[in-house]
Design a protein around this ligand. Structure first.
Ligand code: ZN
Length: 316
């Protein structure tokens, strides 16, 4: 019995001990990871990023709303800056990059202007390009007169950067057809216009009937100092040399005026006329563009007499 009591008491102690120890053990186990303070720093970084994210979002929104003011705000709010610097830095650098791009663009244009302006400002030179030889002029004017062209020779046009006409012609009438408004074109261009009008347009106009007579050809421009298609860069237009004319309208006696416009598929005599005079332009000019060529030429016929080495003619 004594042994049994001793065993019972011992078991009781053990039971009490085990009841007491487990919490200790758990406490130690839980305290071990807690003692490994590495996790503790973890919450810090999570808190810091959280703080950093807020200024990020704020600064990002602010930067989107008002970039310039954002920079000022950021400088004024210097206390948060230390925290947000690492994040603001990339943003500001990104903004800086964008700003650089913008400035580069501006610089680019500025450079372009700088390239142009020195050339234009240093010597604000307006020069008259070399024109046709005296022999060529004599022959050309003789041809114009023979073809019943009324014209006057204008003063030389001096232009910048290659623009200008040495001997411009104002052609006012060809074979009884008025040319409006005043022209400023070379003799070669005037002669091509004359031959086209007499050889292509007049016979085509006859198709409208015996009582219809072509009375006037209206153009939008001859000499203009500009680049092709009015673009800011690129090759100089033949207009800048007085070598081109943009025809916009034909007027008749006995028939309504015929403006140049897209007429493909209309199946009308007007479409036939416009197609014919556009195509026939290539017999006398070396470049022909009009409706169907591209978006720039839906409302006029561009003719020019550019000289290509191969003799190639661009007709569209
Ligand atoms: Zn043109």
């Amino acid at each position: 019995m004594i042994m049994l009591r001793a065993l019972a008491i011992g078991i009781c102690f053990i039971a009490v001990g085990t009841l007491a120890y487990p919490p200790m053990l758990f406490a130690q186990q839980s305290s071990e990871p807690g003692d490994i303070n590495p996790p503790l720093p973890e919450p810090r970084p999570t808190e810091e990023p959280a703080k950093a994210e807020k200024p990020d979002a704020a600064s990002a929104e602010a930067s989107q709303d008002v970039p310039t003011e954002n920079e000022v705000d950021g400088e004024d709010a210097e206390p948060p800056l230390p925290q947000s610097r690492p994040d603001d830095a990339p943003e500001s650098s990104a903004q800086g990059a964008e700003a650089d791009k913008a400035s580069n663009d501006e610089d680019g244009t500025a450079d372009d202007d700088a390239e142009k302006s020195p050339a234009a400002l240093a010597p604000p030179t307006k020069t008259v390009p070399e024109g046709m030889s005296a022999a060529e002029i004599t022959r050309c004017e003789k041809d114009l007169k023979a073809l019943d062209v009324t014209f006057e020779v204008l003063d030389p046009i001096a232009g910048e950067n290659g623009c200008g006409v040495a001997r411009p012609y104002n052609v006012t009438e060809i074979d009884g057809v008025k040319i409006q408004p005043k022209t400023q074109m070379t003799c070669d261009a005037a002669l091509a216009l004359t031959r086209w009008l007499r050889g292509v347009v007049q016979p085509s106009a006859a198709s409208f009937g015996p009582d219809v007579r072509l009375t006037e050809i209206t153009h939008a421009s001859t000499y203009v100092c500009r680049r092709r298609n009015n673009l800011p860069t690129g090759k100089l237009s033949e207009h800048a040399k007085g070598q081109a004319i943009d025809i916009v309208r034909f007027a008749f006696e006995g028939h309504k005026p015929l403006p140049i416009r897209p007429r493909a598929g209309k199946g009308t005599i007007e479409e036939a006329f416009q197609r014919t005079v556009q195509a026939g332009g290539c017999l006398h000019f070396t470049t022909v563009l009009g409706p169907g060529s591209d978006e720039y030429h839906n409302d006029h016929l561009h003719f020019d007499v550019i000289a290509r080495r191969s003799g190639y003619r661009l007709c569209q």
